[in-house]
Design a protein around this ligand. Structure first.
Ligand code: SF4
Length: 694
């Protein structure tokens, strides 16, 4: 039996994995053993053999032969597929212009820089990704303040860790071990989370807020920190712009006022503020998207991020640091700029997305842009991993895809989104391809090909490269081939692909920059003022035209809504992580889907009693946008008045319930985690009751 080393490709944690192969087939997988000790895999990674050998894998290029959506396809060769794509994309370009073709990247993310290159070479400003609803809004909120990429917590040196709405054990599994080691080191832990999670159980303080009220809580903490003179005057004076305006604003956010808004006890807010502000170095552990999945999410996150500068915990040892460890440069994410000579989709609706800037177009409203031909006709979509279920009211996206002149989707599995396509291409998994991986500490490794691709599945970047060649596009990096592309990624590090092949455990770059602190002493912040902007000049530009607030102003989502909250009295929160799911694809894995046969509708027992729904009942959840059914599960992990659903389940899709116009006006992110709903019993006790505690 042969052992190959790969990196799990199911989520972005990229855990190293040992794969045991016999006669060209994967027999088993386990966490990569270092010094004889396995680092382990989560449930999803452990089930990944079912990902590779899934009966729903797409194995050959398939061309539509029936009506759109009919599911009738015939197998064609790759040669025919490339010709079909080149012919149709060039035809659409000739008739409507290059911008009428959208290049879309779903999940995973690894091929994004190559796809952006393809869009640029084609001449379309419309490169967009699933980050239109994931992470980018968090990155924008950070950039509006600090002008650089998010600074992560220096966990090795921190004394106090404020975990803001992240259940590490379920959403970032490898961090679970790190979390335990912090506890052993005596680090004080504060967790802000609407629910009592496994992470919360080990915290010193738990601030259990109502979903979507993060901004009010952060402002009240700032109020205490300023009132009690716990802020870093010297740092603020020298490096912060707009502090006086901010101070005047937070003065109104007393802990008592925040208690009314957030439901968190005022004394607990004071304790948390003193703990975070009074025991330097402190750091904040963020979540990727939780805070920005609210219609007030961008400003809420600005309020949270401001605490770092206020307390002088920016870019110091043990605080939130721009370079906490050694790094080696490479040509990968963030190195390719989007073609921006023409207006991109989303530019009129969400201008700060482009001003701050972000190297992709905003596509939350893609369905409407296609259907309404706004801001101009969009006639073709070249997609990799497009899943219409990502969008709120996904059926509208499905309808829009059905109207396109040409739509191609490269995917692992047969999905409803692919059924609307004119051409479906078979993608290979991380087991079936070589890939350069950038690791922590300035190291690089090669994801080995454990087995030959199933059927005629291909590596996404190789397809991008060949398509660029067939369309006669000019991009030296792409057209020189995949080997050369991988070497290009490594070039600035001083390494070559051969170095990686010779060192399967990974190798440190020959060019390495050591950890740094206080980088701001050498170069100004990349904001218009050159300082950290509590008062954002980019937002100020749109004050009159769009009502954007330059300060991290709190607007309560319950007051902004048009929804009749008497008819829909409960808050609907969707997508809080579960250990066995990550995205819709994982419902195809029997080991994982068997853990939740019917969609779970998590409600507080008080709400169950109030609305006549018993634990295990079939329950209907209705919002102004749609409805779904599932099994009622009683849980005291959340507060009364909030219903928790998970997304991506075909048997009951939570995103059907979110209105596609319920968006954060700054970023276009949907309010997945604070919409409105009602519940009612839809049937007697369901067959599959499910346990409640997490
Ligand atoms: S956390 Fe789990 S799913 Fe994510 S990369 Fe690691 S093993 Fe894979």
């Amino acid at each position: 039996m042969e052992k190959k080393q790969i990196f799990c490709g199911i989520c972005s944690s990229a855990c190293p994995m040992d794969v045991y192969v016999e006669e060209g087939k994967v027999v088993s997988v386990e966490g990569h053993a270092e010094h004889g000790k396995s680092r382990g895999l989560c449930a999803k990674g452990a089930a990944s053999k079912q990902y590779l050998y899934n009966k729903e894998r797409i194995l050959y290029p398939m061309k539509r032969i029936g009506e759109k959506g009919s599911g009738k396809f015939e197998r064609i060769s790759w040669d025919e597929a490339y010709d079909l794509m080149a012919e149709n994309l060039n035809r659409v370009k000739e008739v409507y212009g290059a911008k009428s073709v959208v290049f879309y990247a779903g999940y995973p993310k690894w091929y994004r820089p190559a796809l952006l290159r393809l869009a640029n070479a084609f001449g379309s400003p419309n490169f967009c990704t699933e980050s239109s609803t994931c992470f980018q809004a968090s990155a924008l909120a950070w950039r509006s303040l600090y002008g650089n990429g998010i600074c992560f917590p220096d966990l090795a040196h921190t004394k106090t860790l404020l975990i803001w709405t992240s259940n590490l054990f379920h959403s970032n599994t490898p961090m679970g071990k790190m979390f335990r080691s912090l506890k052993e080191r005596g680090v004080r832990i504060i967790v802000v989370d609407p629910r009592s999670t496994v992470t919360v159980k080990e915290a010193d303080l738990h601030l259990q807020l109502t979903p979507g009220t993060d901004g009010a809580l952060a402002l009240a903490m700032a109020h205490v920190i300023i009132e009690e003179d716990l802020y870093d005057k010297e740092f603020v004076e020298k490096y912060v712009s707009g502090f006086e305006e901010y101070k005047n604003y937070v003065r109104t956010f007393t802990p008592e006022k925040a208690q009314e808004i957030t439901g968190v006890d005022a004394d607990l807010i004071r304790q948390a503020a003193r703990m975070y502000g009074g025991s330097k170095p402190s750091s904040i552990q963020f979540s990727v998207s939780t805070i920005v999945h609210h219609v007030n999410g961008f400003q809420n996150y600005r309020a949270v991020f401001s605490l770092i500068a206020l307390t002088g915990n920016y870019d110091i040892e043990g605080g939130n640091r721009s370079m906490p460890g050694p790094v080696s440069p490479c040509n990968e994410f963030g190195k390719v700029l989007r073609y921006d000579k023409e207006e991109a989709i989303g530019e009129k609706d969400f201008p700060v997305w482009f001003d701050l800037p972000c190297q992709e177009a905003q596509c939350t409203r893609l369905a409407d842009y296609i259907l309404e031909e706004e801001p101009y006709p969009l006639k073709a979509v070249f997609a990799m991993g497009l899943n219409h279920r990502m969008w709120p009211q996904p059926e509208v996206m499905q309808k829009a895809l059905g109207t396109l002149d040409f739509y191609v989707n490269m995917e692992l599995f047969w999905s409803d989104s692919s059924r609307m396509a004119d051409l479906v291409l078979p993608a290979c998994t991380t087991f079936e391809r070589e890939e350069v991986k950038t690791l922590r500490g300035g190291r690089f490794a090669l994801n080995q090909r454990a087995v030959e691709p199933l059927g005629e599945a291909k590596n996404d970047i190789e397809v991008i490269i060949e398509l660029a060649r067939r369309m006669g596009l000019e991009d030296e990096v792409l057209t020189s081939g995949y080997e050369s592309y991988m070497n290009y990624i490594l070039e600035p590090s001083g390494l070559t692909l051969e170095d990686l092949r010779r060192n399967p455990e990974g190798v440190k770059g020959k060019v390495v920059f050591g950890p740094k602190v206080k980088t701001y002493e050498e170069e100004p912040f990349h904001t218009p003022s050159g300082k950290i902007e509590f008062w954002s000049q980019v937002l100020e530009k749109y004050r009159d035209s769009r009502g954007y607030e330059p300060l991290p102003v709190y607007r309560d989502f319950r007051e902004q809504t048009q929804v009749d909250t008497k008819a829909y009295p409960l808050i609907l929160n969707t997508g809080a992580r579960k250990p066995q799911f990550f995205h819709a694809r994982l419902y195809r894995l029997p080991w994982l889907s068997s853990l939740e046969v019917n969609p779970m509708v998590e409600i507080h027992p008080d709400d169950g009693a109030k609305y006549g729904v018993l634990e295990g009942d079939q329950v209907r959840v209705t919002s102004p946008a749609g409805e779904m059914e599932g099994t009622a599960v009683y849980s005291r992990n959340g507060r009364p008045g909030v219903v928790y659903l998970y997304h991506g389940n075909k048997k009951g899709e939570a995103n059907n319930l979110i209105d596609r116009n319920y968006l954060d006006p700054y970023t276009g992110f949907p309010g997945y985690k604070s919409y409105f709903c009602k519940i009612e019993k839809a049937g007697e006790v369901a067959e599959h009751g499910i346990s409640t505690e997490i």
